[in-house]
Design a protein around this ligand. Structure first.
Ligand code: ADP
Ligand code: MG
Length: 393
């Protein structure tokens, strides 16, 4: 997906205010009624309507009038809210080229003020699945329903929390820098995904390092669950970095053994095929000794000694709760879709609005967050917006 950050230069305070109003409305509405957006944004002289047109033109919003007149954020709109917040916080000053496209993420280079390049991952959880069900209902029963905004934000929060915790425990992962909404900023890994590597100096050593990581993770109470040649980066010195954590589970998960075995099998299969490793010969583990490996040299889940509490202790501190974990896991395991289809009553006002349509404290904070827009992004005045008159307060 193309991320045309130039558009950011042409967005003003009111644009972000309205964009944020739509975001707030989406806590309870898949399509936010235009009139509600206007009430949340509280721009003078019908300013909201002009701004909505501008945001629509830049594809930051999607207009829907099939049931009533309303708008929803596009991925681009949500991206801009996160990027804007990151820029305001001074996390980075520029967005560069796209370096990765996953099925549920887009990854870009971003630059700090001092020129350091970082990686920004924009989560797109629900990109595939949500589309399939979205036409069935316009309203979502709970504010935290399984919509893509919520899921993508959870995925980012989880990824950030796990990356930080893993780093603390000495695992080779990127340095987790910051997260906001569905966006995670981390250090840029030098090197390439293992899938792109055709030759290795020391395939056995690399293989053992990788399998060692799976075991060490399990000892700490975790299973990666997507541990394969796409999520392992390797540099010219054959140093390994693992990435991509939103699907990790605890070793106490009911399918832990299956996930663990699957991760191990992926690595064995890849090294067998790509580097012709023959495990029966190359490993010293065929002596029948009790080293926690089976006859083919594969580590056994049941033999792993766990040091308890890793997940709970480290992750609780990061704000990633058990409820978050349950929600995201439910989605990942494919139950979200059937939940979405169950009937629920409709909700037509955002919870943060009082009867007069005023926003409560929290939501006002959210609106304020996106103000004070003197950032690198908006360098030049925009003629189109100057004539709109909605700038003047
Ligand atoms: P997905 O969940 O969509 O698979 P990943 O986190 O695996 O997303 O990232 C997709 C691709 O983006 C990776 O295979 C890798 O090429 C690149 N990438 C991700 N994170 C980084 C990073 N920190 N540094 C460099 N490249 C990265
Ligand atoms: Mg990946």
């Amino acid at each position: 997906m193309k991320l045309d950050v130039d558009v950011l230069r042409y967005l003003y305070k009111d644009d972000f205010r309205v964009l944020t109003a739509v975001e707030l409305g989406m806590r309870n509405h898949e399509i936010v009624p235009t009139e509600l957006i206007d009430r949340i944004a509280r721009l003078k002289h019908g300013g909201t309507y002009k701004v909505l047109k501008n945001l629509l033109k830049h594809k930051l919003l999607h207009h829907d009038s099939s049931k009533y007149d309303g708008f929803r954020l596009t991925y681009l709109g949500y991206d801009f809210l996160a990027i804007k917040t990151m820029v305001n916080k001074g996390v980075f000053v520029a967005v560069g080229r796209q370096i990765g496209v996953g099925k549920e993420s887009d990854i870009f280079e971003v630059a700090r003020e001092d020129g350091t390049v970082l990686a920004m991952k924009l989560h797109r959880l629900g990109r595939v699945s949500f589309r399939a069900v979205k036409s069935k209902r316009d309203y979502l029963r709970h504010r935290s329903s399984y919509n893509w905004l919520y899921l993508s934000r959870l995925a980012a929060l989880k990824e950030f929390a796990f990356m930080k915790a893993l780093e603390t425990h000495g695992f080779p992962v990127p340095n987790a820098v910051e997260h906001n909404r569905h966006c995670v900023v981390m250090s840029l890994v030098q090197g390439y995904p293992l899938v792109q590597v055709k030759q290795l100096q020391n395939p056995e050593t690399v293989f053992e390092t990788i399998i060692g990581l799976v075991v060490r993770l399990a000892e700490r109470g975790l299973i990666h669950c997507d541990f394969n040649e796409f999520n392992i980066m390797i540099d010219d010195d054959e140093k390994i970095t693992m990435i991509d954590f939103p699907q990790m589970v605890s070793v106490s998960h009911r399918n832990a053994q299956m996930y663990f075995d699957r991760d191990v099998e992926c690595i064995f299969k890849f090294f067998r095929k790509r580097f012709n490793l023959s495990f029966e010969e190359s490993l010293d583990d065929m002596d029948g000794s009790d080293d926690g490996r089976d006859g083919a040299g594969k580590p056994c889940f049941s033999a792993i000694e766990r040091s308890a509490g890793f997940l709970d202790r480290e992750l609780a501190a990061s704000g990633f709760t058990r409820k978050d974990e349950e929600d995201i896991q439910r989605f990942i395991e494919g139950k979200a879709e059937s939940d979405m289809n169950s009937d629920g009553e409709e909700v037509d006002l955002v919870e943060d609005l009082d009867e007069a349509g005023n926003i409560d404290g929290n939501s006002s904070d959210l609106l304020e967050q996106n103000e004070g827009y003197e950032s690198q992004w908006i360098e030049k005045p925009c003629e189109a917006r100057e004539s709109s008159g909605s700038e003047k307060e």
